[in-house]
Design a binder for this molecule. Structure first.
Ligand code: C5P
Length: 220
């Protein structure tokens, strides 16, 4: 029987939330724990891949000792690290919950509470995955999509917009899927718009399924 392997492949994975600084002590963040990305990193390393895991603030650690973790704070730091690694990797899996916006101005001193209301102006963060899609050569690019309506259509649009090879769609309509949960129910959609709905599984199992998709790609 053939062995599943990713030996010789370099895999870049993003995970976790990003924290967008407002001043030296405050930030805007989200509830991502990073679990999906850390589980994917372990699953890929278990198949022999060389794994670089770029993670926003997360309490997690990889279980596999060979996963190289680079910890970042903000989306722009994650962007820089991903671009510095990209030419060198074979596969990218973007599992991070990157903040869409960041404070336009980051105060150098702690902001004082003076006024009754306080308005924060935000500017768009760069889309890390889309920026990699624009410059990709042979890299196999996997993104995630979390949608609440017209899921399949939105996910297909994201494949095109970000130049992806595969998208992992998780629906908020599915019980047991999403932030902070140990389980996930996903649907894979490839760039030819083939749709592969999956059962509700542990995130470890979903991670193995994602990594098998990469193996299948390299076997073709
Ligand atoms: O467009 P949307 O945020 O729904 O896309 C989600 C996918 O894009 C995820 O794979 C996420 O990691 C990635 N992404 C990114 N940089 C951003 C926003 C999303 O890499 N600024």
């Amino acid at each position: 029987e053939k062995q599943l392997t990713l030996r010789g492949k370099k895999v870049l994975i993003t995970a976790g939330p990003t924290y967008e600084p407002l001043d030296p002590v405050r930030f805007i963040g989200n509830h991502s724990t990073g679990k999906m990305g850390f589980d994917i990193a372990d699953a890929a390393a278990n198949l022999g891949a060389e794994v670089i895991l770029v993670s926003g603030p997360s309490h997690l650690n990889p279980k596999h000792s060979q996963v190289k973790v680079i910890r970042v704070f903000s989306a722009s730091e994650m962007y820089d690290i991903c671009h510095s690694c990209f030419q060198d990797v074979d596969t990218v899996i973007a599992a991070a919950a990157v903040a869409d916006y960041r404070p336009k101005v980051v105060a150098t001193q702690k902001i004082k509470k003076n006024d009754e209301t306080f308005i924060i102006e935000l500017e768009k963060n760069p889309d890390i995955l889309a920026s990699l899609g624009e410059i990709k050569k042979s890299q196999y690019l996997i993104g995630f999509a979390l949608e609440t309506e017209n899921e399949i259509e939105h996910a297909k649009a994201k494949i095109v917009k970000k130049n992806l090879d595969l998208i992992v769609l998780n629906s908020l309509n599915d019980e047991g899927a999403g932030f902070g949960k140990p389980t996930n129910k996903v649907t894979f959609i490839d760039k030819d718009f083939n749709i592969f709905p999956q059962e509700l599984k542990s995130k470890e199992e979903v991670a193995k399924d994602i990594v098998s998709k990469i193996v299948q790609h390299y076997e073709k």
